[in-house]
Write a protein that binds this ligand. Sequence first.
Ligand SMILES: N[C@@H](CCC(=O)N[C@@H](CS)C(=O)NCC(=O)O)C(=O)O
Length: 209
Amino acid sequence: MSMTLYAAPLSSATPVVHALCELEIPHEVVLLDLLAGDQHQPEFRALNPNAQVPTLVVDGAPIFEALAILQWLGDRFGLARGLWPAAEDPARLEALSWSTWAYVTFGSALKRFLQATGARVPEALRHPVQAKHTQDELQGLLGLLDARLAARRFLLGDDFTLVDLIVASVVSYGAHCGVSTDGHAGVEAWLERFHARPAYQKAWAPAAG
Ligand SMILES: N[C@@H](CCC(=O)N[C@@H](CS)C(=O)NCC(=O)O)C(=O)O
């Protein structure tokens, strides 16, 4: 099977780089220069009409959207490595629920928070009331995650899985953007375990692709 990941350093593609490393899957990485506009080249748009990384090409067929790629990697390669539950395992339902929760529920609130506060948003679009509202919403979501982790080392139990990678990648990005995990002790201890993984450190090293 041939696999090519289109990525940019320290971007939405990095959790996919991390997952490929955890799964020890041979692959090629093509780094796009987003500032130079590589993503708008017709050859790349033919793979991903959204003109975004990550995009993974598997035996010539593209898949885009980080969550779809990560869930597919879990299905295709995670079972053999004990990093994703089998289709008939009830834990698969939890894997799909929590990973989608991270990108859709937490991720959409985070996007609204960034639009209200973000350094890259023009001053006129910043909105302190919306910022406070979405920060409160995100803190509530972190509370749900904290409750989930109260009786578990990882989201599905004692062992790390790609579900942790998916959820912790989004929560870490949120923390980096000002959504503090203070007061959520279970989340903080779990993030420490996540950040200590060699594959995490390799994928997120400043020079990594
Ligand atoms: N919803 C997409 C978002 C991906 C995304 O935002 N990618 C950014 C890099 S972090 C990108 O490629 N931006 C292209 C651009 O800035 O034109 C996903 O999860 O895959």
